[in-house]
Structures are given as structure tokens and as C-alpha cells.
Design a protein. Structure first.
Length: 465
């Protein structure tokens, strides 16, 4: 069915088309529908944008934002749409700026160990390009095969390697940004040190598109580790696995990955994406070490194995070759997809607790699941205390939906009571805003910053705030 536009809507369509060409503006309902959701599972109604625009450079983005500012239309930046908290949906209509055509790696500077990229670049493509030259860009969210630079910047995503290498904010040197009035500016410089005033770059990383639209990023690179070894440690109790994590850290060992998955996750992965790499156990640690030579790797691996066995690891397996390593990573990254096969909906949550509270957090999740009759497959970046329970349920069932909301409330309240955070890398978006204490001084200051950059509240409204 052809969408009937008002004279004002036709006027906006004409102006947008004059900037990017008519083929790069979507406005028919059947074209807009697939942009009305992300990976957030919810019972909300369809949230349809008025237009989806596909620019090819910063100048076009600037002109699009100027039109939105004139008509006071919301602007929603969007990459691959893999956000878990409704961060890239159009709550009140408006214009989605989709960066699929701004997907170029503009420069890899091997002399200065930097790269310059557009926001639509797929993270895995960037990693592959720099590694082919002997360098390394560590941030690697689990969905790095599809997630984009822009989305990772919006959430300050990091993934399993954060424990050793840190996240997006620690590699971002400069951002090219379009503000709410359409002005293009840079937040930093392509140098490793820069304290010339406030650190606007870090302010924008993790701001979820609420302060400006990122059109280019400059990252620092580091030398690529020459060797890697991945290993699995199995335990008959989650508590022992958690204790082993702390012991590895206290032994001054620095694996690049220190992840935990529970029995439900192991069973579900092997059921739907069988790899044969996992054994029956209550918990498994996925550990990766890297370094400059094989001797260093062997030494680290041996020390980690001894620590794990001190905490009663029932088995300890080293990947024998690249094929086995890839199987393990495939299994780890398949967890969300595997859990999605258990019920109509899967909701991945995200909280961070101090490392010595991981066991308490896991116990609480299991207690809440039993209380409310909801299944969870628990996994997380244990080295950081970042826990990701994947809840499997049917949100069409009103009772399950009500119970899940109660479960979430208690989950985040408990994480906060342990001295933790309600998000480590998924962001606030729509779904977690209610858990922020907006009256706390820190959030009052944040709101003032939002008002300075976006006085008309057109930049990704209803996200965070």
C-alpha cells in the first residue's frame, strides 16, 4: 500500500531527497518496518520512523540534521540494529540516519599506529584489516561480525577482551561529530596524548547518540600479539569457577579473555550449535592468553591451569590448533542465538559487579529465576565482573511479562546494592532509564550537558532520559 503523505511530509521528503538522492530516502511503510525495532525484546507497539535516510558523508549528515532541527524532528543514528535496549528505534517517529553507506576504512596509518574510519564499518572487518598489517584493535563485542563502529562507540562496547585491553573509550582519539544544529566539529586529535581542555571524546563515547551524530572516528592501534592460546576450565560449582577467576587475577596473571558460562548455557549451545568442545559441568571458564612468543604463552597457560586445579577444576582443556580455537569462539559467540531457540523471546541483560561479588550475583539470578518461573542461561566477562544472563521466555504471555519486569527490578536493584552498575556495555536506551536516580547530582549534571548539546531534544530522544 502506497503511503499517503501530507504536504509537510512531502516537503521534508523532497528536501531529504535533494541531499542524498531519492533512492537513499525510505518512506513507504514496508521499507520502514524493518527499522521499527532492534534486538530488544519487548511488548511495545511498533515504533516506525517517518523516514530512513542513507547518507554517504558528513556533509550530507549535517544537512539532514539541519532539516530535522528546522522541523523539530527526532534524529536516530543507526548501525546494524543489534542494540539490546531499544537504543536505535524511533519512539516518536522522525528520521533514522542509517550508516550502511558510510562504511569505509579511510586510512590505516602504520607509522603513527592509528586508523580513521566511518561509523558504518563492521568491527570484524576493521580488526581483520589492521591485523593483516600486524596491528591490533582489541574491542570485540560478541556480535562483532555484524556490529558497527558507530554502535560500539554509542555504547562504549568492549566484549571479552576488555579485562586486559580495555574498551572503545580507551582507543578513541578523535571523533568527527554533527551537533543538533548541523555543525560539524572534532572532539580531539589524532595523537596519543591530548589534555587541551575537557575530554569531549570520552564524553561522546557511550552517549548513545544523545549528544551528536558521529560521522568519523580515529582510533589508536597497538602491535598484534604474535601468539594466542585458548583453554577451557570446567567446574562442578559456579562458586569454584568464580573463586578461580579471582585467584587468577590475584596471581598477577593477565589473560586476554576470562569468561564464565553456566550449565544451562553449555547445554543449550551444545544442543543447537554442537561443537563437541564443551563437557558436562556446572560452569566453564573460557580463558585466552596472548603474548609475544610461545614460551610466554606456555608459561601463562601452565600457571592458569595450576590455579584452576587448586579450585577443583574437574577438567582443563587446551585448544590443540587454530581449528579447535575457532570452534570454541564460535560456540561462545553462538550463545545468544542458541538461547533464542528455547522460547519465542530471549532478553539479554547486562550488569557489572565487583569481582568478589560474582558468585553472589549468579546465586541471585538463579534465585530470581526460581521465584518467577523464568529460565536463564548465565554467562559473562568474569574478569570484569560483567554478567550477561540470557532470559528465555514468552513475552506474549501477560503473566510471564509481568514476572519478568519484577525479576528485572530485583536484578538491577541487587547489582546496585553490591556496588555494581546496571550496564557495562549494552547501554541504558529505553529499557533501563527507570533504574537511574535522576535526582542524584551526577545525573543532574549529565542532563545539563544534554541540554547544552541538544536544547530541542531531537537527538535520539527517550534514550537514557
Amino acid at each position: 500500500m502506497v503511503r499517503t503523505l501530507s504536504s509537510k511530509q512531502n516537503e521534508i521528503l523532497s528536501k531529504l531527497s535533494s541531499i542524498v538522492g531519492k533512492d537513499n530516502v525510505l518512506y513507504e511503510k514496508e521499507d520502514l518496518y524493518c527499522y521499527s525495532f532492534d534486538t530488544m525484546s519487548h511488548g511495545y507497539s511498533v515504533m516506525m520512523p517517518d523516514y530512513v535516510v542513507l547518507p554517504s558523508d558528513a556533509r550530507q549528515v549535517s544537512e539532514i540534521v539541519k532539516i530535522a532541527a528546522y522541523y523539530k524532528l527526532p534524529i536516530i543514528p543507526r548501525g546494524a540494529g543489534t542494540n539490546h535496549v531499544g537504543g536505535c528505534v524511533a519512539v516518536d517517529g522522525g528520521i533514522i540516519i542509517h550508516f550502511s553507506k558510510m562504511n569505509k576504512i579511510l586510512d590505516i596509518d602504520i607509522k603513527n599506529l592509528t586508523c580513521r574510519v566511518q561509523p558504518g564499518v563492521i568491527l570484524q572487518d576493521l580488526q581483520t584489516a589492521v591485523e593483516n598489517l600486524g596491528f591490533f584493535f582489541p574491542p570485540d563485542p560478541s556480535n562483532l561480525k555484524v556490529s558497527t563502529v558507530g554502535g560500539a562507540l554509542a555504547l562504549s562496547s568492549s566484549g571479552p577482551r576488555h579485562f586486559k585491553y580495555g574498551g572503545m573509550n580507551e582507543y578513541t582519539l578523535d571523533l568527527e561529530v554533527v551537533n543538533a544544529q548541523g555543525e560539524i566539529f572534532h572532539t580531539g586529535m589524532a595523537v596519543k596524548k591530548n589534555v587541551s581542555g575537557y575530554n569531549l571524546t570520552n564524553l561522546f563515547v557511550g552517549s548513545e547518540g544523545t549528544l551528536g551524530v558521529v560521522t568519523e572516528a580515529t582510533f589508536r592501534l597497538i602491535p598484534k600479539p604474535m601468539c594466542r592460546q585458548i583453554m577451557l576450565a570446567f567446574f562442578d560449582q559456579v562458586e569454584r569457577a568464580s573463586d578461580a577467576v579471582r585467584a587468577v587475577i590475584q596471581a598477577k596473571l593477565t589473560p586476554s579473555v576470562l569468561d564464565l558460562i553456566d550449565r544451562n548455557t553449555i547445554t543449550t549451545i551444545e544442543k543447537f550449535y554442537p561443537t563437541g568442545v564443551f563437557k558436562e559441568a556446572e560452569a566453564c571458564l573460557i580463558i585466552e592468553v596472548d603474548g609475544s612468543d610461545e614460551q610466554e604463552i606456555t608459561t601463562q597457560s601452565s600457571k592458569i591451569e595450576k590455579v584452576c586445579k587448586l579450585f577443583c577444576a574437574t577438567d582443563f582443556v587446551l585448544a590443540k590448533n587454530k581449528e579447535e580455537s575457532e570452534k570454541i569462539w564460535f560456540a561462545r559467540r553462538s550463545a545468544f542465538a542458541a538461547v533464542a531457540k528455547l522460547a519465542p523471546d530471549v532478553v539479554t541483560e547486562d550488569a557489572v559487579v565487583p569481582q568478589d561479588k560474582i558468585t553472589d550475583m549468579v546465586k541471585k539470578i538463579k534465585e530470581l529465576c526460581e521465584k518467577y518461573g523464568i529460565m536463564a542461561c548465565i554467562m559473562g566477562h568474569a574478569g570484569d565482573g560483567n554478567i550477561h544472563p540470557n532470559f528465555s521466555l514468552d513475552l506474549r504471555d501477560e503473566k510471564q511479562r509481568e514476572n519478568f519486569e519484577k525479576l528485572k527490578d530485583e536484578f538491577f536493584e541487587y547489582a546496585s546494592s553490591l556496588g555494581g552498575s546496571i550496564t557495562g556495555e549494552h547501554g541504558i536506551g529505553m529499557t533501563k532509564s527507570k533504574y537511574l536516580d535522576k535526582n542524584a547530582p551526577v545525573y543532574r549534571y549529565m542532563k545539563q550537558i544534554k541540554d547544552v548539546f541538544d536544547p530541542e531534544n531531537i537527538l535520539n530522544p527517550h534514550k537514557i532520559w
